[in-house]
Design a protein around this ligand. Structure first.
Ligand SMILES: Nc1ncnc2c1ncn2[C@@H]1O[C@H](COP(=O)(O)OP(=O)(O)OP(=O)(O)O)[C@@H](O)[C@H]1O
Ligand SMILES: [Mg+2]
Length: 616
């Protein structure tokens, strides 16, 4: 066994066991499937007995009618075959349902795991890769379900039963059958060990191909804008060719072993015929018994072919199972506390105490395995990652509106993301309402914070549903109230379907400013105690921006607001302005104070302010 296979084996077994465990959720269906299957195997094992006995008796020619009733035998045979067919009629659907429902459970578990994962985990994972694992890899487990519910039982019970019967007929023939099986199974195992790592490779190539497809669909505008279609097509072809080449290599290798194994086993039949035939000639064995042994042996040969299939399915599934397992068992590194949100519904204080933060650099497994990633030169300098935030401290009183300014990449969005614990600080503490945010129940904390992200994501749903995302049971009046506050009501009313207009992929497209206004309405609807607005007004014209500001000022009453702003007009009215630069909090104060300092703030906004305004 190669090193790679040896090291992959325990992980693969554990991953497969993780899949099998899902079957325990449906114990009765599994018991029913396996129980009925065992009955059918029993019937199959008994049929050669009838045939063999008939042959022995019929061999006596004319006198046969005295020793047994041909009619009874034929009737019993026909009865068993009918019973087997009837059981099969129920067994098939039962097994399918069990397998599909279990796959459904696995899909749901993968989806849960993806939803529960942290921001940093998702930062390091690629969407195409995740989609491939959640859909294709789970689909690949389908055959494995049938291995668990059907083939494993069928092969084990079948092989043991047939061998037992052959031994009962003649120990010599029994050992001959074993002798034919050992090298066959050995050859299968030899191939199996070599195939396992290859299948994983095939699946990785498939994911890499999926990632290209996904990114090109999501980024189709960029591709077209830069007229890069042909380059992207070539890129896809490259990934596809790599996938196909790996696939062909593996499949050809795999296909070679079944005929080889069947050949090895096939040599056993003439051997049994030779040894058993001589026993019959010598009068040591009834003719019917030899016939039984040959029937069982032929049936064994069929099972050996199934072993080939099964090992193939298990290998194919084990790499898929490993990839699914990695998602299901990725530790969730950010756990919530237990503290509920304080009962008094006043605005909350926000306090940063010497907060530093670096984005985690841990490349997740999802990235590491990509064959397309160019290998890092061994002597690549290990530069320390820059702190996204460096020793930031400030204190906000309840209800205060604070503006965050600073050049791009200064850490403004990062600062906001620490308050709802999208990430935890590397050093220092973030306190909300006087409590370290890590102590809060995560849901309770996030539900009290309204987020308007820098990039607006809207779901393919109606406008009303999008606004009500955080409070699906909200009344229509409430939705309209927040839409008016966010100055979205007017443009929504002009749409033919109004609030029921479907947006996103299936529906109409909205402008950047319109999307932002929906995002503001969405955040306001949950009646948060803290509002985090990230660049929320940058895509809105000055008039609308002023309207939003007025309306939000009203809604911000009683809420602590942090607003990242690129516009001097937004910043200047804030009671406190924090200026970030390369992760440092370099200036703080009011508009007038900061202008007087003649520093970073003035540099940032000077071009936007008129002569008169710059005079403190
Ligand atoms: N998810 C992430 N993973 C790793 N690094 C990140 C991530 N997001 C931001 N950074 C880095 O952290 C630093 C601060 O980024 P941040 O997004 O907070 O800046 P910003 O002030 O919001 O900038 P902008 O005004 O352009 O939105 C930057 O150097 C950026 O490259
Ligand atoms: Mg930002």
């Amino acid at each position: 066994m190669s090193d790679a296979a040896a090291s992959a084996a325990p992980g693969a077994l554990r991953a497969l066991w993780g899949v099998v465990k899902f079957l325990r959720r449906r114990p009765w269906m599994v018991a029913g499937s396996v129980g009925l299957l065992l009955v059918n195997i029993g019937i199959e094992l008994s049929l050669p007995q009838f045939l063999g006995n008939a042959i022995t008796h019929l061999g006596r020619g004319k006198g046969a009618a005295d020793s047994f009733s041909l009619f009874h035998l034929v009737a019993a045979f026909a009865g068993l075959v009918t019973l087997r067919a009837v059981i099969g009629l129920f067994l098939g659907p039962l097994r399918n349902t069990t397998a599909q429902q279990t796959l459904g459970d696995i899909r749901a578990a993968v989806y849960d795991a993806l939803q529960r994962q942290t921001f940093s985990w998702h930062d390091n994972a690629r969407t195409g890769e995740l989609i491939s694992r959640a859909s294709t890899d789970v689909f690949r487990l389908q055959d494995f379900m049938f291995v668990c519910l059907l083939f494993s039982v069928d092969v084990t019970a079948g092989l043991l039963g047939m061998l037992a019967y052959i031994f009962a007929l003649s120990a010599t023939l029994g050992w001959l059958a074993v002798a034919a099986m050992v090298p066959t199974v050995g050859a299968m195992a030899f191939f199996a060990a070599r195939l396992q790592p290859r299948w994983r490779k095939v699946h990785e190539q498939h994911s890499a191909m999926s990632t290209v497809i996904q990114e090109n669909i999501a980024g189709v505008r960029v591709v077209k804008a830069f007229a890069r279609e042909s380059a992207e097509i070539a890129k896809f072809r490259g990934k596809r060719d790599a996938f196909l080449a790996e696939m062909f290599r593996t499949v050809n290798y795999w296909a070679a072993r079944v005929p080889f194994a069947q050949f090895l086993f096939g040599l056993g039949v003439p051997l049994v015929l030779w040894v058993g035939g001589r026993q019959v000639i010598a009068g040591d064995m009834p003719l019917g018994d030899l016939a039984k042994a040959v029937f069982y042996l032929l049936a064994l040969g069929g099972r050996i072919g199934v072993i080939g299939q099964v090992t193939n399915i298990i290998q194919n599934a084990s790499s898929a199972a490993q990839r699914v397992h990695e998602i299901l068992n990725a530790p969730v590194t950010l756990q919530g506390g237990t503290r509920p949100w304080p009962t008094e519904s006043t605005a909350a204080t926000v306090r940063f105490e010497h907060v530093s933060f670096t984005y985690p650099s841990t490349p997740s497994l999802l990235v590491e395995n990509d064959a397309a990633e160019p290998p890092k030169p061994p002597d690549a300098p290990k530069t320390a990652r820059r702190l996204a935030l460096d020793d930031v401290s400030f204190d906000l009183v309840p209800g205060q509106t604070v503006a965050l300014g600073g050049p791009t990449g200064a850490g403004k969005s990062t600062l906001l993301s620490l308050i709802p614990r999208f990430y935890d600080p590397t050093a220092g503490r973030v306190l909300v309402a006087g409590v370290d945010v890590r102590e809060f129940d995560l849901r309770a904390l996030r539900r009290r914070i309204g987020n308007v992200f820098q990039e607006t994501f809207l779901f393919s749903a109606s406008i009303a549903d999008n606004i009500a995302f955080g409070r699906p049971d909200a009344a229509r009046e409430d939705i309209i109230r927040v839409a008016k506050a966010a100055r979205a009501h007017d443009f929504i009313s002009e749409l033919a379907q109004g609030y029921d207009t479907i947006i996103g992929e299936r529906g109409i497209s909205l402008s950047g400013g319109q999307r932002q206004r929906l995002a503001i309405a969405r955040a306001l609807l949950t009646d948060p105690r803290i509002i985090l607005l990230d660049d929320a007004t940058s895509a809105i014209d000055p008039k609308t921006e002023r309207e939003i500001r007025e309306a939000t000022a009203e809604l911000c009453l009683g809420r602590t607001t942090l607003i990242v702003a690129q516009r001097a007009s937004t910043v200047r009215n804030a009671s406190l302005i924090l200026v970030l630069k390369e992760g440092h909090l370099v200036e703080r104060g009011t508009h007038a104070e900061l202008l007087a300092q003649n520093g970073a703030y003035r540099d940032l906004f000077a071009t936007q302010l008129t002569e008169e305004e710059t005079r403190p």
